[in-house]
Design a protein around this ligand. Structure first.
Ligand SMILES: Nc1nc2c(c(=O)[nH]1)N[C@H]1C(S)=C(S)[C@@H](COP(=O)(O)OP(=O)(O)OC[C@H]3O[C@@H](n4cnc5c(N)ncnc54)[C@H](O)[C@@H]3O)O[C@H]1N2
Ligand code: MOO
Length: 407
């Protein structure tokens, strides 16, 4: 008997994906490996920063009391390179030669820049300071950060700037949300692994490579890839194996209504069916379900539909698993070339966009067919032709999803 399914809209499907309850894991890793990871605990400033008074310039440190009547000769007591400390107080008209970044003696009032000094003939231990200027030229304790201030909030996506901040406080390890572990199962008796000899009626598995790349690009780790023939028991065996190590499982193929569409069958029999029919082309049969507490996104085998289903539903879930938010940005644009195909379902086209006069213009690139894969490398956005009996008017406003890492 033909499978009866309830079709829901793209927005409803996205809301259902956003509502899947998730459990998060954290792990402690080296700061050097933490770029693009999400901080799990707010990092508080461990001590006032900087924690000593340091010179901004190469020059001479003097007391505030001696900061008048220039030019004036000072006695040079010592040289203080960066990293060294002169731990005596400066006396009247005494100075130390100080380098950029070095700690100034405690009672320093000002650093006079090297350019405002000249040697004193026949007096090697003297220096003449020629003029004074506004400003102390000293970085005071705590001017950048005060102890215990929340410096990097939990949930921040770390970048090299944040890693440098952590390193500036001597931190080597931090707690981050664990990278989501993803399993990918490509199904289809017609599907061969690239590298195998081509056989009549068979095609190579291109969705496996597509999804593996997209998962990594979206902050996930591919911990298992499988390619299986259409066999219900084999599919269940693979799901049973992968749920043990995966936070999310992606599958392709086998979600339609055919006799060999075993993902559709597994979804129906699962712990919780989230959806199995969308008012969307391509990928109307895209299916989501929970199997043994693990979310499964069963994408269409058609490459164009698989690509679309990844960006609309999988990427946001993957980012949420990493405690991050989707990097696919949603906005509006103007369709600038005629598109005449109509459908009662919303159609998502793979396109490119350009920005002119503050407006985004989108156009189809390559084919709109679900099975076509020529534009998967070229598309920079997806955009929506709303379901209608009439073709969309050129220059209408449409919903646009900008794809990350593509321009
Ligand atoms: N009687 C009906 N037939 C179909 C319907 C329907 O409603 N009634 N829906 C059609 C639509 S729309 C789609 S989309 C597809 C969805 O099919 P599946 O997701 O079940 O995928 P398959 O049938 O397994 O494959 C579809 C297509 O993609 C090729 N494929 C599969 N896996 C891969 C792979 N890993 N790499 C590259 N290409 C792959 C496969 O050979 C097929 O050509 O169903 C329609 N049928
Ligand atoms: O829903 Mo299908 O992906 O249009 O061919």
């Amino acid at each position: 008997m033909l499978d009866q399914r309830t079709a829901i809209t793209i927005d409803e499907a996205k809301a259902k994906i956003d509502a899947i309850p998730l459990s998060y894991h954290t792990e402690t890793i080296s700061v050097l490996n933490a770029n693009q990871r999400v901080l799990a605990e707010t990092f508080k400033v461990p001590y006032d920063f900087p924690n000593f008074r340091r010179s901004k310039y190469d020059g001479y440190a003097i007391r505030a009391e001696d900061d008048h009547d220039f030019p004036k000769n000072f006695k040079v007591m010592s040289e203080v390179p960066a990293g060294a400390v002169y731990d005596q107080p400066l006396g009247e008209n005494e100075t130390v030669r100080i380098m950029t970044g070095a700690a100034v003696p405690d009672n320093t009032g000002k650093v006079i820049m090297l350019e405002q000094s000249r040697p004193v003939a026949d007096a090697k231990d003297q220096i003449q300071l020629t003029e004074t200027a506004k400003g102390s030229n000293i970085v005071e304790i705590g001017v950048e950060y005060h102890k215990d201030a929340p410096l990097i909030e939990a949930g921040t996506v770390l970048n090299p700037g944040y890693l440098s901040l952590l390193s500036a406080f001597g931190i080597t390890e931090i707690a981050v949300y664990a990278t989501p572990k993803v399993g990918i199962i490509s199904t289809g008796t017609e599907v061969l692994a690239p590298g195998q000899p081509l056989e009549p009626g068979k095609i190579y598995n291109s969705n496996g490579a597509l999804l593996a790349g997209l998962v990594v690009e979206s902050g996930g780790e591919v911990v298992a890839t499988r390619q299986i023939v259409d066999d219900y028991q084999l599919l269940l065996d693979q799901l049973d194996e992968l749920v043990a190590s995966c936070d999310l499982i992606l599958t392709t193929g086998g979600v339609s209504v055919g006799d060999y569409d075993f993902l559709a069958m597994a979804a129906k029999a699962s712990q919780k069916l989230i959806f199995n029919k969308l008012k969307m082309r391509p990928g109307s049969v895209t299916t989501a379900f929970i199997y043994k507490d693990t979310p499964i996104l069963a994408l269409s085998g058609n490459p164009g539909a698989c690509f679309t289903g990844f960006y609309l539903y999988t990427e946001p879930l993957l980012r949420r698993l990493a405690h991050d938010t989707s990097h696919v940005t949603h906005s509006t644009g103007i369709i600038e070339k005629p598109y005449h195909v109509t459908n009662s379902y919303d159609r998502i086209l793979r396109g490119t966009y350009r920005v002119a006069d503050g407006k985004t213009y989108v156009q189809l690139i390559g084919s709109d067919q679900s099975g076509a894969l020529g534009n998967l490398g070229l598309a920079t956005c997806l955009f929506k032709i709303p379901g209608s009996e009439k073709p969309i008017e050129t220059m209408s406003e449409v919903e646009v999803w900008h794809l990350p890492y593509r321009s």
